[in-house]
Design a protein around this ligand. Structure first.
Ligand code: ZN
Length: 306
């Protein structure tokens, strides 16, 4: 992928995506626990809209099944999620979908309206929707949890990570003030959030645990067993009691500023996308998947302690 040409994003763009799988998300329910597995391991579970809508279907299925008490969100392969899809053959940003919210279709919209409408639907809208699922959710995180991957972990109620997990939001390099679901200032002390974003470095699981972002850090070989043990214990609790507890804590988070912060940050986020376009660098500030992977590798081994 090359940086987009001036003006290219102000015109309707054709969908050229081709999917490597028809099952970007796997679903299984057993013993009161639904397992929702992102299944694009060859692309480190990069999230295209095909995956986002499949995740939404899977969450809906888990909510509708009375036998399901707890939901585990996980990623197939070495990594939980490398973030939003910015460069695989399955990148489907120009495609229309049967939307879950009442924002209009983005695909034929000009200028900044394209990203504004699209990201309301597939990023902020979906993340809020999943954050408020009335059943407890647990993110089971191994390897990379980067940018859009953070959003998926953060919307879960608990996060259990393996010792090899790392967390990173490198999008400031694109000129963008963090990912769309801006929970950074809630998940981290604001001063640490600034460091996390300004440097764009990997935060290892042990430090994320110290910051209160994670519930447990466990050896990689025990990640699944320990996650499902905790899920099984939660599954013993009464359904409505769990749902009410979750609602109270989610609304408490909103009172602490989560919802308002995300709304405020979304405007700046869209300004950044539009700024890149006005300069003729595309909405990712002239970056693409390759340049971000290479810069991320450099950020992984800086001279300072991570
Ligand atoms: Zn965005």
């Amino acid at each position: 992928m090359t940086p987009e040409q001036p003006g290219s994003e102000f015109m309707k763009r054709e969908d050229a995506s081709s999917y490597e799988t028809e099952t970007p998300v796997l679903y299984e329910a057993r013993d009161g626990i639904a397992s929702i597995t992102m299944n694009r391991p060859q692309f480190n579970n990069a999230q295209n809209s095909q995956m986002t809508y499949a995740l939404d279907d899977a969450f809906r299925h888990a909510v509708d099944d009375d036998a399901v008490r707890v939901i585990v969100l996980r990623g197939n392969g070495k990594h939980f999620s490398a973030g939003h899809d910015i460069g695989t053959p399955g990148r489907d940003v120009n495609k229309s979908f049967d939307r879950a919210h009442l924002w209009w279709d983005h695909a034929n919209k000009p200028g900044a309206e394209f990203n504004y409408a699209r990201e309301q639907e597939v990023y902020v809208g979906m993340c809020r929707r999943w954050h408020d699922i009335p059943k407890p959710t647990i993110a089971m995180v191994q390897g990379a949890c980067v940018a859009g991957g953070l959003m998926l972990a953060w919307i879960c109620d608990l996060i259990i990570a393996s010792e090899d997990a790392f967390f990173q939001d490198p999008v400031v390099r694109m000129g963008i003030p963090g990912v769309e679901y801006f929970a950074h200032a809630q998940e981290l002390n604001p001063r640490i959030a600034k460091e996390f974003l300004f440097l764009g470095e990997r935060m290892k699981a042990d430090r994320a645990y110290m910051m209160g972002m994670l519930n447990r850090v466990v050896p990689a070989g025990e990640l699944e067993q320990q996650t499902y043990e905790i899920a099984a214990r939660i599954a013993q609790q009464p359904r409505l009691g769990l749902a009410l507890t979750k609602q109270v804590l989610n609304r408490a988070e909103d009172l602490q500023g989560l919802r308002a912060t995300i709304d405020m940050a979304y405007g700046y986020h869209q300004l950044a996308h539009a700024h890149g376009q006005v300069l003729g660098n595309g909405h990712l500030g002239g970056h693409d998947a390759r340049s971000m992977v290479s810069a991320n590798k450099q950020a992984a081994t800086p001279g300072v302690k991570q």
